[in-house]
Design a protein around this ligand. Sequence first.
Ligand code: AMP
Length: 441
Amino acid sequence: MLLTENREPKTPKILRKNAPTSSSTQLRLQNAVNALGIDKNPKKQMQKLELTDIDVAGKRVLARVDFNVPMKDSKIADETRIIAALPTLLALINQNAKIVLVTHLGRPKVGETADRERLSTAPIAVALSQKLGMRVAHVSDCIGDTAQSAVASMQNGEVLLLENVRFYAEEIENDSAFAQQLASLADVYVNDAFGTAHRAHASTEGVTRYLNPCAAGFLMAREIYYLSTSLENPARPYVAILGGSKISDKITLIENLLEKVDSLLIGGGMAYTFFAAMGLTIGNSLVEMEKLDVAASLIKKEGFSDTVILPSDNVIGRAFHPDTESQVVDKGDIPDGWQGLDIGPGTVVAFGEQIAAAKTVVWNGPLGVYEFEKFVQGTIAVAKQIAESQAVSIIGGGDCVAAIQQAGVADRMTHISTGGGASLEFLEGKPLPGIVALTNK
Ligand code: AMP
């Protein structure tokens, strides 16, 4: 899936002179957007239509956003996803579109009244309204007469948030009639929800059959740009770092990366399944017994031994507990009753040499049990090495992002992906239905 081409960008102006918000609100918004790094527009254009390529003035735009924010006691616990959509929303407002926003929120059981209350998008409209400094209307359905009449009464430059699209089973089923009803609310489609682009749902894929043009929002464009650059034409040396608990989730990713990268650094729990497959002593470390044969066949794969660097030492603990007794041992020396919970200092140095020389680094998954202070050190050290390197750094996966934030270097990464599952599938080389469905230039 070749998605980018080498041309100079049309840099999106996030905040323009005629923005409807006050200057202090604009400044606050600009700072929030800058903090996420999504104003730094990539130096390339995509082969899919982008917001900057289409004319939306006076048109009804169905904008698929990812407002799947964590909720606690009916309050939004983290607004990052709302902030991430602001550049696209502000551009649409500035161009005097009628902006009809659609998102899912959580995993409601269809027809369950408690879920309809708990997972209503109404509080998101309030939060967005505060961010934009303007009214954001909310409508209690996402299709049908109620939604139609709410859209019909919109003026240019206004924003309307539809009710949770997953209140209908037809959304996940990608039902054509449902998609057509959603599409009938608008003239043009913009998808800025990278986090759900790996799902062929009615609001991410189905609607594109009934709307034209279908363009990528700024956040989506940025994700596509960085992830496809790392797949298609990465600056070399290209180093991938994989961690996390299990190899079972990442087998396709390992296979795909093995063909592309110059080195693949593996840490985290998944390293021990490889060690077990090599016949090394791993004590009580995490091991996926049913994946030993997969690990063994990966080890035999051409290029594995030249490309993959496994930990040469580990920080081990007596128990899976934050205060457990710990020590550093070489690989293969983990005694019975102990388990490997972090990469050791020798491994940090070896990984650091690769990272310092790299021009592109892709990282997915923590290198140890980063939730425990004693076993987060390897992950933090690697995060800092990446921050200090000259490499283009692309980070994916919620755990990794949390560790990078803990290390205080999030703003020194080139791109932090907003979609865990979507970025994993992208890096596995799978076409993402929500991206494939967008209009080609
Ligand atoms: P994943 O969801 O597969 O990306 O894995 C993330 C989880 O892997 C985190 O919760 C880490 O605590 C866990 N993890 C990383 N290293 C280890 C390890 N050596 N042993 C057990 N769990 C680990």
